[in-house]
Design a protein around this ligand. Structure first.
Ligand SMILES: [Zn+2]
Length: 377
């Protein structure tokens, strides 16, 4: 009897709720939404989760960095720019897209890495960074060249978007993905994995040909010495590859772009620790985009072992502690460093949004900035 009463009252309640919902005006809907805006975008004020030890609630996922929108920090006297589309890492940080950047020369983009949410990261940048006409720069026929620093999942999981989404908008051009050995196999597998989608578009009412629905993976090799090898050149850029060091990957690269119209030298370190190849890639460069990780708060990292000693050893085989970046800075003579892919395992009780940047500055790196999604450099 009790149960019947309960169910009956539940039905009545649901019925009432749906009547009310359908009676809402547009203004009422908007008012309801407006009440939640503080949880939108940068999530300010931010409510710290009680249990911060899960992959979803770790401080590495909190709204780190400044509370700001995208900034144009590019040199005004240079036409070549770097767009940072995603500054994230494998932690599922809802405020940062996966690693993704683009060098823009003569209004034409050259992409570096394709992290999680690549297609949305691009749209986010187009919509939020108004210093350039990015919608024209990233016109679909221009989405052509991608350079991968290494084949870890977090730097490549956006490749299916790079390959397939322009095709869905009727773009038929070729796409080329340059990267370490294995990139050809990876692209072949992605092409094959989405063959059902491609065939449906070709056979169904859309009646598309297959052209533009796949990409070609082009493996490139750096010199084994420290001289860069030119792996790409066109009328806008020269791209050189250098061997870097990241965990136990056999092939991981740093890239050095030299822009032809205005002679900017732009280096991308990808992930990794100090290496002579990385120093060579950044030698006297104007700017280096590189990862960084806390050393001070490494004990709060959610991976790499149980003790601080274990974490330093394990994580230290993969990522850039401040003292190592200082060595790269000193030996390369690079003029400016921009941090991306930052792992801010801050103390949850004493959370510091800019903690990793501060550690780098304390180490003696003078000209260093922290990037946010949508920034121009
Ligand atoms: Zn990696």
């Amino acid at each position: 009897m009790k149960n019947i009463l309960f169910i009956t009252s539940l039905l009545i309640a649901t019925g009432v709720a749906s009547v009310q919902a359908s009676a809402q005006t547009n203004e009422e809907y908007l008012e309801q939404g407006a009440a939640t805006t503080e949880k939108n975008h940068l999530n300010v004020p931010f409510v710290k989760p009680e249990n911060w030890k899960t992959p979803y609630t770790t401080p590495g996922n909190w709204p780190i960095f400044e509370n700001r929108g995208p900034i144009d920090r590019s040199p005004k006297d240079k036409s070549s720019k770097v767009l940072v589309m995603g500054t994230g890492d494998p932690t599922p940080n809802p405020y940062r897209y996966g690693p993704a950047m683009a060098v823009i020369v003569n209004g034409y983009p050259y992409f570096v890495d394709a992290g999680e949410g690549w297609w949305r990261a691009l749209a986010h940048a187009v919509l939020t960074q108004d210093a350039l006409d990015l919608a024209s720069v990233f016109a679909l026929p221009n989405l052509k060249y991608m350079f991968l620093t290494h084949l870890h999942e977090d730097h490549t999981v956006g490749l299916p978007s790079f390959i397939s989404n322009p095709y869905k908008f009727m773009e038929t051009g070729d796409k080329k993905v340059y990267g370490p050995e294995g990139v050809d196999e990876m692209i072949r597998h992605i092409n094959a994995a989405w063959s059902i989608d491609r065939h449906e578009m070709a056979q169904g009412s859309i009646g598309r040909g297959p052209h533009g629905s796949t990409a070609v993976g082009i493996p490139v090799w750096p010199n084994t010495g420290l001289e860069g090898r030119i792996i790409f050149e066109d009328e806008n850029v020269i791209v050189e590859a250098f061997p870097s060091k990241h965990g136990f990957l056999e092939h991981t690269y740093a890239y050095r772009f030299t822009t032809k119209p205005d002679g900017r030298v732009i280096a991308f370190g990808g992930d990794g620790i100090y290496s002579q190849g990385l120093v060579a890639a950044a030698k006297d460069a104007d700017i280096l985009f590189i990862e960084g990780i806390t050393r001070k708060n490494i004990r709060f990292a959610t991976w790499g072992g149980d003790t601080e000693e274990e974490k330093v050893k394990t994580i230290g085989a993969y990522h850039m502690f401040p003292d190592r970046l200082k060595k790269v800075y000193d030996e390369s003579g690079v003029k400016r460093i921009v941090l991306v892919h930052v792992q801010n395992y801050s103390d949850p009780e004493n959370f510091d949004r800019l903690g990793v940047l501060q550690e780098m500055i304390d180490e003696g790196i003078v000209n260093i900035l922290l990037a946010q999604d949508g920034d121009l450099y």
